[in-house]
Design a protein. Structure first.
Length: 166
């Protein structure tokens, strides 16, 4: 991982990401379309190595203990178990001065009898992203879930549906 991960203690890591967790209004995030080579006229070596989104997900998976197989866990890696241990791992990781668990959303397993409580917890966790930071930047987060569908035509863009397993 090079300089992308700094281990302060066994239960506290600091990671340096190569993607933003905040967006300045009026500035578009530069995206490289798939399949198009990135144009570079000058070859530079980065001062600090940064962690990609894929590397961050691999780190979360490893810190949660899902990179090893235990026969006792056969058939027991449900959405609830994955969510619990990945959120615990995210709470041990700090990036850009915040705990990763504050910006990571993983849907809870769905239960009809506590549907309203689940919706309220989801709204309160995602409400953090609606408020601008002190410097006027808007907070962004990470969502980890199973893609279900996308719905076009909302006033603010598109609605993405994630699967909530029981």
């Amino acid at each position: 991982m090079g300089e992308a991960v700094i281990e302060h203690s066994p239960d506290c890591l600091e990671v340096r990401l190569d993607f933003p967790l905040a967006k300045t209004p009026g500035k578009a995030i530069k995206a490289n379309p798939r399949g198009e080579p990135k144009e570079q006229s000058v070859i530079r070596s980065p001062r600090h190595q940064l962690m990609s989104l894929h590397a961050l997900l691999c780190l979360l998976w490893q810190r949660a203990g899902f990179d090893r197989w235990f026969p006792a866990m056969a058939g027991k890696r449900s959405q609830g178990v994955l969510r619990k241990y990945i959120m615990e791992a995210a709470d041990e990781i700090e990036t850009k001065g915040i705990r990763l668990a504050q910006r990571l959303y993983i849907p809870e397993p769905f239960h009809e009898d506590i549907k309203e409580a689940i919706q309220e917890r989801r709204r309160s966790q995602l409400a953090l992203l609606h408020s601008p930071e002190d410097d006027g930047k808007f907070k962004m987060g990470l969502v980890l879930g199973q893609f279900k569908a996308v719905e076009a035509g909302t006033t603010t863009g598109q609605r993405i549906w994630l699967k909530q397993s029981a």
